[in-house]
Design a protein around this ligand. Structure first.
Ligand code: IMP
Ligand code: MG
Length: 171
């Protein structure tokens, strides 16, 4: 892709992920944790975060689609795939690639709360605060980024470029 610029390097991502994992290990000592990976974008981050943990975590995933324009997320989220684990009484961490308008996380929080987990927190590799439309709390943030459309490390442009080993943006 032309005009592709690096925003966050692979090394930066790996180092930050390690420190987030350390924080999660400390915060959840002696507790059962379930990672709920938001497919497909958060796959890479979720795996890396988990591989850096000392504790054991369970894995399940959701897939969400948003109506409207493909690239920027729109208001309404819809569940394409639900979790396949019972999270009743469990400590849940929703793992996302990016929180943008906040609509996806808000929707997932509401959806998952109804399954009565002990707690729900959010871990997101990226946070684009400038674009927020609804208020959501992101407990573990990899990087705050400006209002760029980014690709790589799981993030896609029309389903491509997810396997770019760094976070890039198109200039
Ligand atoms: P939200 O519901 O607006 O917070 O949108 C979150 C979802 O929009 C993410 O899970 C991404 O799939 C997608 N998204 C938002 N910004 C970007 C971006 O810069 N690059 C790629 N995908 C993005
Ligand atoms: Mg996504």
């Amino acid at each position: 892709m032309e005009n592709l610029k690096e925003l966050i390097s692979k090394v930066q991502i790996e180092e930050r992920t390690k420190s987030l994992a350390k924080q999660i290990d400390e915060d959840y000592k002696g507790q059962d944790v379930v990672f709920i990976t938001v497919l497909n974008g958060a796959m890479f981050f979720s795996v890396n975060l988990a591989l850096n943990l000392e504790k054991s975590v369970k894995f399940t995933s959701v897939e969400v689609s948003s109506y409207g324009i493909a690239k920027s997320s729109s208001g309404v989220a819809k569940l394409k795939k639900d979790i396949s684990l019972d999270i009743t009484g469990k400590h849940v961490i929703i793992v996302e690639d990016i929180v943008d308008t906040g609509n996806t996380i808000k929707f997932l929080m509401e959806h998952l709360s109804s399954k009565n987990p002990a707690s729900i927190k959010v871990a997101s590799l990226l946070n684009k605060k400038e674009r927020r439309e609804v208020e959501v709390e992101v407990d573990y943030i990899g990087f705050e980024i400006p209002n760029y459309f980014v690709i790589g490390y799981g993030l896609d442009y029309e389903d491509d470029y997810r396997n770019l080993p760094y976070i890039g943006y198109i200039e």
